[in-house]
Design a protein around this ligand. Structure first.
Ligand code: FPP
Length: 275
């Protein structure tokens, strides 16, 4: 928190919001569905790709803010398995922007101790983007600050299927396929985010109330925050607002709050007869 406050100008909105954050109740893992680039561009009578280009600045701002806040993991939905249905020129631009971002941000990632990773079927990405991605993943692999996962050619269903297949392969290799019984812990260890905490906070920009095949297994107990803001307008202040909203919520994971538990125990004495 101190690190973030140090780079913000006192009196600005960002600074005011940052001061309200409780550093002891930060979400460990923030996942974001970055949406609304096309609509942002359309409003300005610009081509869709102008929205993606402006969206790169938001990625930079959010990543640097999360690192300074000491969030552990940030997962960004950058390209879904369904996005291949878009025009080739838009897809090409998206991967060119990814390469540009990786080249430009490497120095900052090293400076801010950020470790980059990718989730999704990376092997099917265009070669140049894949190579640049592997290069930056390798160079940042020893950093132990914020972990940034870029979800690329990602599908939540495929993530689960790949995890199950991995477990089947392992069992087959050990001659134990016949007795394989998959538990929650086993699948948790086999999906793409294995070893990381599940997202505590899932943000979606541009007002759509959908999950869009993102981290289906991992968001079981995530708090969902939807903002009308289009991704290219989403910056430091917007992330801080989402975290402040998260900090107001009471997470019960299917249980009861402390107060509700006491009240429920008192009520047992005068229980409603069950027929
Ligand atoms: C959704 O907006 C956004 C995407 C499909 C791509 C997200 C990509 C970036 C933010 C830039 C490159 C990424 C990185 C990591 C450098 P949309 O096009 O579906 O918007 P719309 O719903 O308004 O049409």
């Amino acid at each position: 928190m101190q690190e973030l406050l140090r780079v913000l100008d006192p009196g600005t909105e960002d600074w005011g919001l940052a001061r309200l954050i409780d550093p002891s109740r930060l979400p460990a893992h923030v996942a974001i569905i970055m949406d609304g680039n096309g609509r942002w561009a359309k409003r300005r009578f610009l081509p869709r790709v102008a929205g993606h280009k402006a969206g790169v600045d938001s990625v930079r701002s959010v990543m640097e803010t999360a690192a300074r806040l000491r969030v552990e993991v940030l997962t960004l939905y950058a390209f879904s398995s369904e996005n291949w249905k878009r025009p080739k020129s838009e897809i090409d631009t998206l991967f060119r922007l990814l390469r540009f971002f990786l080249r430009q941000e490497l120095a900052t990632m090293m400076e801010q101790n950020i470790q980059l990773n990718a989730i999704g079927r990376i092997e099917d990405l265009p070669e140049q983007a894949r190579d640049e991605l592997h290069r930056v993943i390798g160079l940042t692999s020893r950093n132990n600050g914020l972990k940034v996962n870029l979800a690329l050619n990602y599908s939540g269903r495929s993530d689960i299927i790949d995890g199950v297949n991995r477990l089947i392969e392992e069992a087959r290799a050990q001659g134990q396929l016949g007795s394989l019984e998959i538990s929650e812990e086993m699948l948790q260890g086999a999906v793409s985010t294995s070893g990381l905490p599940d997202p505590d906070l899932l943000i979606r920009t541009s007002g759509e109330m959908r999950i869009s095949n993102f981290l289906l297994w991992q968001i079981a107990y995530a708090e969902i925050y939807v903002t009308q803001t289009y991704w290219p307008d989403f910056r430091c202040a917007d992330l801080l607002r989402a975290i402040l909203d998260f900090q107001k919520r009471e997470r019960r994971f299917g249980g009861l709050s402390a107060l509700e538990r006491v009240q429920a125990e008192d009520q047992v004495a005068e229980a409603v007869p069950v027929r």
